[in-house]
Ligand binder design. Structure first.
Ligand code: BV8
Length: 234
């Protein structure tokens, strides 16, 4: 890491994480051979059209994944990033594509969930979002407006606009170091961040294997996140 011209003298960092960082906690990735998209089709569970066609199926898919969070815990990679957040004097933003809550539970505070959160629900009647640990279904009422059957998972499906894009773009514009961790680089706009900052920020990939973006980064380290992330931030 090199010195950069902000008032603390510390480089501004943006870290992007994907499903690979949570795999050693016991959560499946999406596109690996044992990944979620090998078991179910995106078109059946992760689009607004799928939800309109068969809301119960989509709710069941996310209810099962929400319930699974009770059985998993943050691993050494989540904890290392939380420690970096605590001690880093410069700007730092952790942008996760993950809808699990493992970064939150590890203690990361400068954190944005760009694809939403399993443990939140969104009322399509009044637009409020709520912390949510229970199953969602057609009989679920909104705690704010009491409308039944309009609560959906607070998840960004394919074809929907990711969350917090203005804040993310502002951080990317100021960053001196961009680190991509545990993501295959298939899903946009996140997959485009490295190309956006390349040339004016140092770019690093930490992943089990080369991703779609490996050819764009200044430095790539390949191995399991629980080993290479703590080594990188040490
Ligand atoms: C949008 C729901 C408009 C939540 C998810 C053609 C060109 C460009 C774009 C498009 C296009 N056609 C369509 C699009 C847009 C589309 C898109 O990108 N499609 C792709 C597939 C072509 N994107 C959208 O629709 C997005 N919205 O574009 O809005 C817009 C316009 C302008 C500006 C902004 C917006 C909405 C995308 C949101 C999709 N929601 N899922 C859920 O159910 O969980 S995406 C899904 O993929 C997950 O959320 C996940 O976060 C995301 C990314 O996957 P990864 O995290 O990378 O996981 P993956 O399995 O792929 O990879 C894991 C990696 O980890 C692997 O490399 C593996 O080697 C590694 N690994 C494994 N184990 C370990 C490890 N690494 C380290 N340690 C280990 N132990």
């Amino acid at each position: 890491m090199t010195d950069a011209p902000n008032k603390t003298g510390a480089p501004n960092i943006v870290i992007l994480t994907g499903a690979g960082i949570s795999r050693e906690s016991g959560l499946a990735t999406f596109r690996d051979p044992d990944g979620i998209w090998q078991q179910v089709r995106i078109e059946d569970v992760a689009t607004p059209e799928a939800y309109r066609r068969d809301p119960e199926r989509v709710q069941a898919f996310y209810n099962a994944r929400r319930a699974q969070l009770a059985d998993v815990a943050p691993n050494a990679a989540h904890l290392a990033l939380a420690e970096l957040d605590r001690r880093w004097p410069g700007e730092l933003l952790l942008v996760t594509q993950n809808v699990d809550d493992l970064h939150d539970r590890a203690g990361s505070r400068r954190l944005l969930h760009m694809h939403g959160e399993l443990r939140r629900a969104w009322c399509r009647a009044c637009d409020a979002t709520h912390p949510w640990d229970e199953d969602l279904g057609m009989a679920t009422a909104c705690p704010a407006c009491a409308t039944m059957g309009r609560m959906r998972p607070h998840i960004v499906w394919f074809g929907e606009m990711p969350l917090h894009m203005d804040a993310i773009e502002a951080a990317l514009a100021r960053c001196d170091l961009f680190v991509s961790i545990g993501t295959s680089g298939n899903v946009y706009p996140a997959a485009g961040f490295v190309a956006e900052v390349r040339g004016r920020a140092e770019t690093v990939e930490l992943n089990l294997e080369p991703s779609e973006g490996t050819h764009l980064v200044d430095r790539a380290v390949h191995g399991p996140a629980t080993r290479i992330v703590p080594d990188f931030v040490a």
